[in-house]
Design a protein around this ligand. Structure first.
Ligand code: ATP
Ligand SMILES: Nc1ccn([C@H]2C[C@H](O)[C@@H](COP(=O)(O)O)O2)c(=O)n1
Length: 225
């Protein structure tokens, strides 16, 4: 029997990882895992429980306390923390501002990477997993690795479209670039392209074109297995 297809999609913020991964997984009948949502969920728990998110030792001591569960249906992904729906609170500006610091703590990464590998191992039809270190660390034997990129200007414009004008383009771009620098500069599992990943620059592509490109790459891999 053919082994399930495992797709790793990494890249900086706003390159289209979530939108692409969900659509590709839904089209091909695969599971979907948003690992950024898990780092956001643990960050939300830390902020809600009075943990100093500037103190890596305090974060490390608390890292195993919250119970984080991700639902992997690409048409209705879910995330709960200690049984409560966390899908809205993990998207607040407070969580976005703190998530890079929390996700740089090795104890946080260890527990989430274990959960991510477990989800991939149990996906009977295969899975699309998106994040920052999926191809390099979490699933180094993935069937296909994609690294999405886009200019900082394009990414800021996309984000501002979501924020519906609440922030200037320059401020959005500055926040994106600062988060990328923190995620790329950390010691443990930094954001970096895996040597064997296919880089797709999405700057001049529509979302539908990116989805089509990734589906084609997966079909090509499947055809030669
Ligand atoms: N190729 C594209 N062209 C235009 N808009 C796009 C494209 N890809 C994604 N978008 C839009 O850009 C925004 C950000 O996309 P998405 O959330 O998928 O990015 P991401 O890489 O997962 O970001 P983050 O890492 O911050 O979660 C969304 O509003 C999405 O609809
Ligand atoms: N595999 C991952 C996924 C995410 N992170 C961290 C770094 C990001 O800034 C943050 C939020 O991710 P997003 O929801 O914007 O995709 O989570 C990570 O370190 N490793």
């Amino acid at each position: 029997m053919e082994s399930p297809v495992i797709v790793a999609i990494d890249g900086p913020s706003g390159t289209g990882k979530s939108s692409t991964s969900k659509a590709v997984a839904a089209e091909l009948g695969l599971s979907y895992l948003d690992t950024g949502a898990q780092y956001r969920a643990i960050t939300w728990w830390m902020l809600s429980n009075g943990i100093d998110v500037e103190d890596p030792d305090e974060i490390a001591l608390a890292a195993t306390k919250p119970v984080i569960i991700s639902g992997t249906d690409p048409k209705a992904p879910t995330i709960t923390v200690d049984g409560a729906d966390a899908s809205a609170p993990i998207r607040t500006p407070e969580v976005t501002a703190a998530v890079s610091a929390v996700s740089a703590v090795p104890e946080v990464r260890r527990r989430l990477v274990d959960a991510q590998r477990c989800a991939a191992a149990h996906a009977a039809q295969g899975i699309v997993v998106e994040g920052r270190d999926i191809g390099t660390t979490v699933l180094p034997d993935a069937t296909l690795k994609i690294f999405l990129t886009a200019s900082a200007e394009a990414r800021a414009a996309r984000r501002n479209g979501e924020l519906k004008g609440g922030q200037s383009m320059a401020a959005t771009q500055e926040a994106l670039v600062r988060r990328d620098a923190a995620d790329s500069g950390r010691k443990t599992s930094p954001l970096i392209k895996a040597d064997d990943a296919v880089e797709v620059d999405t700057t001049g592509l529509s979302l539908d074109q990116v989805i089509e490109c990734v589906v084609t790459l997966i079909e090509e891999k499947r055809a030669v297995r």
